[in-house]
Design a binder for this molecule. Structure first.
Ligand code: BGC
Length: 376
């Protein structure tokens, strides 16, 4: 149950005193039935914090359907692409709002070798496996959902079976979304396995801080805390190089308009059809580190992304082409949303020099990503 209490705030600005009505909400999670998939019930969970920020998520694909946050004048808007009902997400070719795994991003030629054994995965992106394959990928299965007690949060758990989409091991995955009263959406990932397997988990929300479906994201301004990126070949597979961003259109070490260099003729921009690359987060140690700050000047909304992961894929919705119609009949056109997918580097199973993605029996994979919403 969400309880809203109207309070009077007295403000004194420049000697003038005036009262402003404002709503105080109780931090809570509300659950309601949202249909079925594969014979299993799907629930919608609405997380609400004390500031009235709301996040809608469901246990189908762990999908985030909407995030409603205020602009600098206090006007709320939904800032992620999505659909109003479950059917809209079946299928969901752009992976809108979903948890992606077992292996977020690409594995070259749909194959990798681990402990002397070669594994073959379904190819769904030219010669590559993208976001875990085709069958029981994390974006399109029904997870178990459990609302958190006394907090605006929900935990999703899923058992990915040995051999699913060609990956080894029974993998237990747990993803918790918690909405704090500091307007942070905290995402905690955990996984265990009974056989060694690569694992890479991410969240595939498409943001538009001006409000979803209203415009492209080219006037947003981005800072990325990354001095290097992993350049790609024509199949968007990392070449293995860690290339300095300095002097390239991928340099966002100081805040820069997303659209300023997106159509540059630099080879990486042509290969990516815009931004679709993994940046190497500049970090001291492996704790929670700021990876990105995105600002939208007309609304004043700011999104900060912090993570314990080594990389972040900044993707500018280059493959959105107007074929998906989402919430309120909005047509999702070219570059109408951006993703900041915290992750291990793409194709790590085939790059021994990259930070390892191998999870072994007895170990627990843990990572944390925080989306913090504010205005300026
Ligand atoms: C990839 C894009 C892809 C998108 C949707 C992103 O993570 O980097 O190339 O089009 O996901 O699948």
């Amino acid at each position: 149950m969400t309880v809203c209490v109207t309070v009077l705030l007295s403000l004194t600005i420049g000697g003038l005193a005036f009262a402003q009505a404002s709503k105080r909400h109780e931090q809570a999670v509300q659950q309601k039935p949202f249909g079925t998939n594969d014979g299993r019930p799907v629930n919608l969970y609405t997380l609400t914090n004390a500031n009235g920020v709301e996040v809608d998520t469901m246990n189908y694909g762990g999908i985030i359907l909407s995030i409603r946050v205020p602009d600098r004048k206090g006007q709320f808007a939904d800032i992620v692409l999505g659909h109003e009902n479950l059917d809209g997400y079946i299928p969901n070719p752009p992976y809108i709002g979903a948890i992606v795994g077992r292996y977020a991003n690409r594995i070259a030629n749909g194959t990798f070798t681990l402990d002397g054994k070669t594994y073959t995965l379904p190819k769904n992106d030219g010669p590559n496996t993208l976001h875990g394959g085709t069958d029981k990928t994390f974006n399109k299965v029904v997870w178990d959902g459990e609302p958190l007690k006394g907090k605006a949060g929900v935990t999703y758990t899923y058992l990915s079976k040995d051999g699913d989409d060609g990956f080894p091991g029974n993998v237990k995955v747990r993803v918790t979304y918690t909405l704090t009263n500091d307007n942070e959406l905290v995402i905690d990932y955990e996984a265990t396995t009974d056989k060694a397997t690569p694992i890479n988990l991410s969240q595939h929300s498409y943001f538009n801080l001006a409000g979803q479906g209203t415009s492209d994201i080219l006037n947003h301004e981005l800072m990325l805390n990354a001095d290097r990126f992993t350049p790609v070949d024509k199949n968007l597979i990392p070449t293995g190089e860690l290339r300095p961003v300095k002097g390239t259109p991928l340099d966002f070490t100081t805040s820069t308009k997303v659209g300023a260099r997106i159509d540059d003729t630099y080879d990486q921009m042509v290969l990516g059809h815009g931004y679709d690359h993994n940046w190497v987060i500049t970090r001291k140690g492996d704790g929670l580190t700021l990876a990105a700050r995105m600002y939208e000047p007309t609304s004043g909304r700011v999104l900060e992304v912090s993570t314990t992961q080594p990389g972040v894929q900044f993707y500018t919705g280059n493959f959105l082409d107007g074929t998906v119609t989402g919430k309120q009949g909005h047509v999702y056109k070219h570059r109408y949303g951006f993703c900041l997918e915290t992750q291990h580097f793409p194709d790590s199973p085939n790059h021994p020099d990259f930070p390892s993605t191998v999870l072994k029996p007895g170990e627990t994979f843990r990572s944390k990503t925080v989306f913090k919403f504010s205005t300026k």
